[in-house]
Design a protein around this ligand. Structure first.
Ligand SMILES: [Zn+2]
Ligand SMILES: [Zn+2]
Length: 168
């Protein structure tokens, strides 16, 4: 998605734009993400002197793999976009990006806000019971009779220390 300063000027300095943006690479860089739908991006671009201020929303659907039960599920998410661009290379800062020849390319910034918006440990539902650590059955769907009492490794060390103390 690009914002051309000339288009914004044609619209008296304020331009609304609505586009579908494809992000085929995003799912590949997140193991917990199976698929990301085309992004529905709506922005308003405003020219203030040499600064182009772009703000808008990014709506999309994402297919996650639940980190507890490994089943896939779909979530609908929305994130916001605030970016500033300048034609003048000397005015570029950490917050103000360069728009050479008055062409602001939004895609890397859209992708960045998407990466920040994606869940790192998605769960299909808050009470997902996950997989049995012994037999691997999906405990949302089936019961099993495995003994899943596990000792926290730190407590294991502690009980070793205690038993050493007792023998002294
Ligand atoms: Zn789950
Ligand atoms: Zn089991």
């Amino acid at each position: 998605m690009i914002i051309d300063y000339r288009d914004v000027r044609k619209h008296d300095g304020v331009l609304a734009k609505h586009e579908q943006v494809l992000v085929p690479e995003v799912a590949k860089t997140h193991t917990q993400v199976e698929n990301v739908s085309p992004l529905d991006v709506r922005v308003n671009a405003q020219l203030v002197n040499h600064l182009c201020k772009v703000e808008g929303t990014v709506k999309y659907s994402v297919t996650y793999l639940c980190t507890r039960c490994l089943e896939s599920f779909v979530a609908h998410q929305e994130t916001e976009l605030f970016e500033e661009f300048t034609e003048d290379k000397n005015q570029v800062t950490e917050e103000v990006h360069h728009a050479p020849d008055g062409i602001a390319v939004l895609d890397p910034w859209i992708e960045q806000s998407l990466n920040l918006d994606l869940e790192f440990f998605p769960v299909c539902r808050s009470d997902c019971r996950g997989l049995c650590p012994v037999c691997g059955i999906n405990r949302n769907e089936h019961e099993c009779n495995c003994d899943v009492r596990t000792v926290d490794p730190r407590l294991g060390v502690l009980s070793d220390l205690l038993s050493t103390d007792e023998s002294e």
